[in-house]
Design a protein around this ligand. Structure first.
Ligand code: PGA
Length: 242
């Protein structure tokens, strides 16, 4: 799976051109979903354009709220996402953990909402630079994974995004990525009592120069791309490398 996370970027005109360009530039492979996560206010027009041009792009949301029936000004429920045929949702992104103070209990409720609506979750985890320096990456990732339950199986992908690599131009070394992804898969098997591997995407300053090497790693099952995905040509080339 190759995912474009636009974060809080873009405009209506950028969106229209981007969807058209990516849809015609990618050599789409059914086994590699190409997922577009625009800001929530663009989900509606994204769906319309995708349908109009019969694009193979799959729609993902950057947000989901867990309160379905209560009053929640500014909230977006799984039910609302269903109107735009949103198939994926990002949960646990480090920017939301930090700025919206999302802790494990909130994230668990969001996972429940996505599960109930049968929206596939891309569950984001990653350590800070300080934890990495202090050799606490694995212990920390384990605490982030521990909220997962067997209820999440069937529509769960993990995205490993070291916080120090997001938007910084810094990349994790390939051996480090391979080791951490292996650890995540192993922990998921233990925690969820499964034999098969959960897919793990890598994210954090992925670009055209490093995508091929990262994708060639055995434990890397795809990419979550932020900044570099804003350019349709770059994102299409990254997808075509998969
Ligand atoms: P980046 O962002 O590619 O700009 O580092 C990735 C992400 O936060 O999903």
């Amino acid at each position: 799976m190759i995912v474009s996370n636009w974060k809080m970027n873009g405009s209506q005109s950028h969106l229209e051109q981007w969807i058209k360009d990516v849809s015609s530039n990618i050599n789409y492979k059914t086994e590699v979903p190409c997922v577009f996560c625009p800001p929530a206010c663009y989900l509606d027009s994204s769906r319309q354009i995708i349908n109009q041009i019969s694009s193979k792009l799959r729609l993902g949301s950057q947000v989901i709220d867990y309160s379905q029936n209560n009053a929640l000004t500014g909230g977006i429920s799984a039910e609302i996402l269903g109107d735009f045929i949103v198939e994926y949702v990002l949960i646990g992104h480090s920017e939301q953990r930090e700025h919206f103070k999302e802790d494990n209990s909130i994230l668990r409720l969001k996972l429940n909402s996505a599960n109930k609506a049968k929206i596939s979750t891309i569950f984001c985890i990653g350590e800070s630079e300080e934890l990495k320096i202090n050799d606490q990456t694995k212990t920390f990732l384990k605490t982030q994974l521990e909220i997962l339950t067997s209820e999440d199986l069937g529509h769960l992908t993990i995205a490993y995004e070291p916080i120090w690599a997001i938007g910084t131009g810094l990349n994790a070394e390939k051996n480090y990525i391979e080791e951490v992804h292996g650890y995540i898969k192993e922990q998921c098997q233990l925690l969820l009592d499964i034999k098969e591997n959960i897919s793990v995407l890598y994210g954090g300053s992925v670009n055209l120069d490093n995508c091929e090497e990262i994708l060639s790693l055995n434990n890397v099952d795809g990419l979550l791309v932020g900044g570099a995905s804003l350019d349709s040509d770059t994102f299409s080339k990254i997808y075509n490398n998969s």
